[in-house]
Write a protein that binds this ligand. Sequence first.
Ligand SMILES: Nc1ncnc2c1ncn2[C@@H]1O[C@H](COP(=O)(O)OP(=O)(O)OP(=O)(O)O)[C@@H](O)[C@H]1O
Length: 258
Amino acid sequence: MSTVSSDVCVDIRSVHKFYGDFQVLFDVNLEIAKGEVCVVLGPSGSGKSTLLRCINHLETIAAGRIYVNGDLIGYSERNGKLYCLAEEAIAAQRRNIGMVFQRFNLFGHMTAIQNVMAGPVLVKGHSRRCAELLAMSLLERVGLADRARQYPSQLSGGQQQRVAIARAMAMQPDVLLFDEPTSALDPELVGEVLETMKDLARTGMTMIVVTHEVGFAREVADRVVFMDQGRIVEKGAPESVLDNPRNPRTQAFLSKVL
Ligand SMILES: Nc1ncnc2c1ncn2[C@@H]1O[C@H](COP(=O)(O)OP(=O)(O)OP(=O)(O)O)[C@@H](O)[C@H]1O
């Protein structure tokens, strides 16, 4: 049983993570409220992607706990000890944690709508009819209803990423994780994906976004987290972290990117 408050969606407690002998995360603590948009900034190699991947247990952790809506991710706890969950149980947890990657990872042999329908049909057991209605409404939401029958190779990078967002939404996750969703895109396609993410944020979706888009952080984030060398060194409202950073490492980073 966890003691997570019902307003908290993601609760990261004292997480440590190693790759072999290399410690990549040090005592990371972060609570994300339901409906919150949290943007994670930081220099390359600071551990942002790794932290995101720990949340849906694509990476194991050496110590600490991660809860999503009160559910301990990846492990069960008995008498203070952690035991790894079976793959099936981890897969069930991942269904509630959507992830959008830098490379869109769409199925190339499926049309846009088939990509969005796949999860609801194959994983959730929805009827094709039901999944098709849901997929169409999501494609409409990301502005791609007219592209539903096209294959990924017939879509631009920005359109493919918007399909990937619709696909993640189709699982009706508790939280959506974005791992640098615009960094593989040509600059002129970045805006349309950020607009889609802004729309999503307005609907009250809980989102954790790793990005270098400081403008997006300023406009959309409820909170900005700054990571450096595996640690959260600063977190707070965007205007406080971005305009008045207190930590010298945040100051140095922002002076380069702004
Ligand atoms: N599978 C892995 N095995 C060993 N080291 C890894 C692995 N994945 C990442 N690392 C190392 O862990 C550190 C953090 O990587 P991570 O990708 O989390 O950083 P990041 O802040 O997301 O960087 P970027 O902004 O460049 O994507 C880096 O030093 C990286 O080289």
